[in-house]
Ligand binder design. Sequence first.
Ligand code: GRF
Length: 221
Amino acid sequence: MVDIGVLVSGGGTNLQSIIDAIESGRLDARIKVVISNRPGAYAIERARKAGLRVEVVTKEAHPVREDFDGKVVEVLKANGVELVVLAGFMRILTPVMLRAFPMRIMNIHPALLPSFPGLDVQKAALEYGVKFSGCTVHFVDEGVDTGPIIIQAVVPVLDDDTPDTLAKRILTEEHRIYPQAIQLFSEGRLEVRGRRVLVKEGTRPEGSLENPPVTLFDEGA
Ligand code: GRF
């Protein structure tokens, strides 16, 4: 069991996937507080519907970035949060947050890091012409999308994709891997060694993927 705080700015579909995973017994965690920096975020509605405690911390009330983070840390600590989960939280954290929760902050990013950090990454992936994209859950460090990687999921990029269709395909995977990453943390199975996050007693993945599919070596060819 782990007590988490979820930080949101937008629609909150990742927050929803965590709520659903907890409610169905797949994820052994408690959401102690949801913090939004945007008063109108739909994620707030989702949190309220689930009966969760919601706090809004705005940059208007805390214009200095360190003060903003100080307020967020105060709320997280007051609610007994052990793990901070960034779920579409559109702010870069200062050392105030990082020092308060070292290797205790996770983020999800809609690309296969270290490719395509930052914003508008589905468009960037399409323009670059990669054949696969995906999503990454990582611990947060002082860089932007640079922290140790916990889990990644891969999706193919299709010839007729738009940034929107690719984003949807990736989002479906986000909703699978984020609860999984939190569950691994909750079970104490994540071991950070430098940049690498090892999973104790994990299942070894097998096989490989290619896009477009390789047909030359199939049976009977
Ligand atoms: C997701 O694509 C996530 O990877 C990114 O922001 C988006 C948030 O979506 N960090 P939602 O608010 O969880 O629906």
